[in-house]
Design a protein around this ligand. Structure first.
Ligand SMILES: O=C(O)CCC(=O)C(=O)O
Ligand SMILES: [Fe+2]
Length: 317
C-alpha cells in the first residue's frame, strides 16, 4: 500500500514574473505549464519571490508556539466556516490539530486572531503571518487568472472572484506513539477552489497519481504546493484532474503545515461555466450550494470518502 517513491511534480517558477513590466512570452509559457500540470497532476510546486527564510522561520516559530498553548486558549479560535476553528484530540485523527483564520488577507483579521492567542498582543507575529498570507494569496490569484485566461474564460473571472473567500489553516501533526497508526490525514480531495500548501522540513503529504500509485511529495522550504479543488472542477466541468491526497507520518518529527484555502461563500450557486459545457463535454455536475454540501458531508452522505463534491452533485452517467 505505502510507497517509498516520490512524485515528480512540475516545478513552476513564478518568481520570474515581473508585475510592473510583464514579459508576455514568459507569462504565456508559465500559463501553459500551469494548465498542463493541473490537467495531469491537479497540482504543482511553485517558487515565488518575496518569502524570505527569516519570514518563514518567524511564522513557523509562531505556529509552534501557538500549538503549545493550553487547549483552553486554543479553543478560543473559532471560524464561521465549518471545520476551520480549533480542532484537536479528534478520535478519528489523533495526530492532527489545527486552527483557522477567516479572511486572512485582511490585517485586522490576523490581528484579532493573534490577540486571542497572545492577550498582550503580538504585532510582530500578526504582521508576519499577514505578509506570508499575502504571498500565498497572490500565488492563488495568479494561478486562477492563468487558468481562466488559457481556457478563454477571462470574462468570467471577476464574477467568480466574488464567489469565494479564504481561510488560512495552521496544522500540526504529532509523532505517532508505538503501535499507533501513522495516519495524519485520511485520503480526500480538497472541496474548495484551490489550496496553497507549505510545510516545515518534515514530509508526510502523499498524492495518488492517475495510475493509482501513492507517491510521496518531497518538501522544500522554497516551494509551495498549488492544488486544485473540486469546486474549480465544477466551474470547469471536469477539465482538470483533482488529486486525492493524504498525510502519513513516517518521520520521528512533529510536522507543521500552513494552508490557504479558497472556499465558496455561502448562499452562492456553484455551477459549470456555460462555455465549458457542450456536446463534447456534457454536464458533469448539478449546480450546488456549499453550505448544503457541508451539511451532506457532516451527515456522512453516501460516497463522500474521496471526491465528496462529486458524490454530492455529480451527474451519474
Ligand atoms: O498537511 C498537509 O500537507 C495536507 C493537509 C490537507 O490536505 C488539507 O488540510 O486539506
Ligand atoms: Fe487536502
Amino acid at each position: 500500500m505505502g510507497s517509498e517513491a516520490y512524485i515528480q511534480l512540475p516545478v513552476i517558477d513564478f518568481s520570474v514574473l515581473n508585475n510592473q513590466n510583464p514579459d508576455l512570452c514568459v507569462y504565456d509559457s508559465i500559463k501553459t505549464e500551469v494548465l498542463e500540470a493541473l490537467q495531469e497532476y491537479g497540482c504543482f510546486q511553485a517558487s515565488i519571490a518575496g518569502v524570505s527564510t527569516e519570514l518563514q522561520q518567524s511564522v513557523y516559530g509562531a505556529i509552534k508556539h501557538l500549538f503549545s498553548l493550553p487547549t483552553e486558549t486554543k479553543s478560543k479560535n473559532t471560524s464561521t466556516k465549518m471545520f476551520y476553528g480549533y480542532i484537536g484530540n479528534s478520535p478519528q485523527l489523533p495526530l492532527y490539530e489545527s486552527m483557522g483564520i477567516d479572511d486572512p488577507y485582511i490585517p485586522k483579521q490576523v490581528e484579532n486572531f493573534t490577540n486571542l492567542m497572545w492577550p498582550q498582543s503580538n504585532p510582530q507575529v500578526s504582521n508576519n503571518i499577514y505578509m506570508y498570507v499575502k504571498k500565498l494569496w497572490e500565488l492563488n490569484e495568479m494561478t486562477k487568472k492563468m487558468v481562466f485566461e488559457i481556457l478563454n474564460l477571462e470574462k468570467y473571472l471577476n464574477e467568480h472572484i466574488e464567489l469565494t473567500n479564504y481561510v488560512l489553516k495552521l496544522m500540526k501533526y504529532r509523532v505517532p506513539e508505538t503501535n499507533e497508526s501513522n495516519l495524519g490525514m485520511h485520503t480526500h480531495a480538497d472541496a474548495g477552489v484551490m489550496t496553497i500548501l507549505h510545510q516545515n522540513d518534515v514530509e508526510g503529504l502523499e498524492i495518488l497519481t492517475k495510475d493509482d500509485e501513492w507517491l510521496k511529495v518531497k518538501v522544500s522550504p522554497n516551494l509551495f504546493i498549488v492544488m486544485a479543488g473540486e469546486t474549480l472542477n465544477v466551474w470547469l466541468n471536469g477539465r482538470l484532474h483533482i488529486p486525492l491526497h493524504r498525510v502519513l507520518m513516517r518521520e520521528n518529527k512533529i510536522r507543521f503545515t500552513l494552508a490557504l484555502f479558497e472556499l465558496p461563500k455561502t448562499g452562492k450557486s456553484l455551477k459549470a461555466i456555460e462555455k465549458m459545457v457542450d456536446d463534447e463535454h456534457p454536464s458533469l455536475f448539478k449546480p450546488f450550494e456549499y453550505e448544503e454540501f457541508i451539511k451532506f458531508h457532516i451527515s456522512g452522505g453516501q460516497g463522500i470518502e474521496k471526491y465528496a463534491v462529486k458524490a454530492y452533485c455529480g451527474v451519474s452517467n
